[in-house]
Design a protein around this ligand. Structure first.
Ligand SMILES: [Zn+2]
Length: 151
């Protein structure tokens, strides 16, 4: 079993990783070679450029896990479409998110029955770096009662 299998993220291959203090830095790339334009839904495989996206993921053995994923910016080939370039979407992270969905799910399960500041402290002990304000933002985004969690 290798780190790609352990991470178990769809269409993601691990290239290498490093460990510094209590943090794993994992470099990986996507195997997706075509995508649908979010505006006109035409499929394309033309790549304009590659870029790197950083995401925090679930910890491994109490070490923080930070992914750097090489992704594509695709060119929409439909001349009638107003969008020329769009970024590759990830099924496991919301657009513009800095954490994976499974990490957000874990945080939301952890925050039940305690304050957001206590949750941030607890999560820090198991390798998840998150501020109280980010937990409150996550609660609001998921329509959870922020008063219950002392936000
Ligand atoms: Zn398009």
């Amino acid at each position: 079993m290798n780190l790609t299998n352990i991470l178990d993220l769809p269409n993601i291959i691990v290239d290498d990783f490093s460990v510094y203090q209590n943090r794993y830095q994992i470099n990986c790339h996507s195997t997706v070679s075509e995508a649908y334009c979010p505006d006109c839904h035409c499929i394309t495989s033309r790549t304009k450029v590659y870029y790197r996206r950083k995401l925090q993921d679930l910890p491994i053995t109490d070490h923080s896990v930070y992914l750097t994923i090489r992704l594509r910016k695709f060119v929409c080939l439909n001349p009638a479409c107003g969008r020329h370039v769009f970024t590759e979407r990830l099924s496991f992270a919301a657009n513009n998110a800095r954490r994976t969905k499974r990490l957000d799910d874990f945080i939301l399960r952890t925050v039940v029955d305690q304050s957001s500041i206590a949750t941030a402290t607890l999560l820090g002990k198991v390798g998840i770096t998150i501020k109280k304000s980010a937990i409150c933002d996550l609660l609001k985004k998921n329509d959870l009662n922020t008063h219950q969690y002392q936000c």
